[in-house]
Design a protein around this ligand. Structure first.
Ligand SMILES: Nc1ncnc2c1ncn2[C@@H]1O[C@H](COP(=O)(O)OP(=O)(O)OP(=O)(O)O)[C@@H](O)[C@H]1O
Length: 271
């Protein structure tokens, strides 16, 4: 049995210019798992996905995906790395002037030279996998938001990726479409044996489908565990997140140095 982690980050630090975003991150994700990364706004969750996909390189540390060091990859190796990876991003819109068929066929045509008949079979299979058989001739403008997200998912899995990265896949969807996407993410992970990393704010929804959760705050991983461990956690941090409380260790307001009453000229100068 293969016990090496599929994704491993060793002592990874990343900064945009002078500004440190992530500091000495260590994590190991086993093959085939569906993992969530949660944390406050701007805590560096998307940056973690960008490091794993090789869109940005760390100033320090190692990022190993399926035995390959992402931080040392050449352009050509990065192209190969991305071919093995599918991404579904909140704003990963469909190409509006291409049909559903051509949208899903796009990565297949970009990365593989296959006869048209085979491309067609692959596209139809992926549309069936997301429950949207028969939509291939529609244009994106004819789709609901939920259908468009599922087509984007079909496009993301077009090349049978070993790794799926999801950035806020539930945002902007109605509850029914959201449930459908959550169910599909889980189903595809299990059926295809894909390893999946999902950045999300939707705690309750993701706890129902993921195997493991990491919490990011202040540039470091501050907690981790299975959904049951997370639900039972005594950490005030995790509890605030899971319960969606406005008050707690995570400050939702910008840390102002003066009070509102002082700003309004009513005395009490310091926060
Ligand atoms: N290209 C960039 N240049 C400079 N700073 C950036 C850049 N991209 C992101 N940042 C900053 O890095 C920090 C982390 O961003 P990131 O998108 O990883 O956070 P996040 O946890 O995904 O946030 P959110 O949940 O709000 O999307 C933010 O403060 C952001 O302003």
């Amino acid at each position: 049995m293969d016990t090496a982690p599929f994704i491993e980050l060793k002592d990874v630090s990343f900064a945009y210019g002078e500004r440190t975003i992530l500091e000495r991150i260590n994590l190991k994700i086993p093959r085939g798992r569906l993992v969530a990364i949660m944390g406050g706004s701007g805590s560096g969750k998307t940056t973690l996905l960008r490091l794993i996909s090789g869109q940005v390189a760390p100033q320090q540390g190692e990022i190993i995906v399926d035995g390959r060091h992402v931080e040392h990859m050449s352009e050509r190796e990065l192209f190969e790395h991305r071919r093995r990876m599918g991404m579904l991003f909140q704003f990963g819109a469909l190409f509006t002037d291409l049909s559903v068929f051509d949208n899903v066929a796009f990565p297949i045509r970009e990365h593989a030279r296959l006869p048209d008949a085979m491309v067609r079979d692959l596209v139809l299979m992926k549309l069936a996998a997301v429950g949207l058989r028969g939509t291939q001739d529609m244009m994106p403008s004819e789709l609901s938001g939920g259908m468009a997200r599922r087509i984007a998912l079909a496009r993301a899995i077009a090349l049978d990726p070993q790794l799926m990265l999801y950035d806020e896949p539930f945002t902007g969807l109605d509850p029914i479409s959201l449930g459908a996407i959550a169910h599909l993410i889980k189903k595809l992970n299990d059926a295809l044996g894909t390893t999946s990393v999902m950045v999300t704010h939707d705690v309750e929804r993701s706890l129902n489908i993921v195997d493991y959760v990491y919490f990011v705050a202040g540039g470091t991983l501050i907690a981790e565990g299975t959904p049951d461990e997370v639900r039972a956690s005594a950490s005030p941090w995790v509890r605030q997140f899971v319960r969606g409380e406005a008050d707690g260790p995570v400050h939702l307001a910008y840390p102002a140095t003066t009070t509102l009453s002082a700003d309004l000229g009513l005395g009490d100068a310091h926060a």
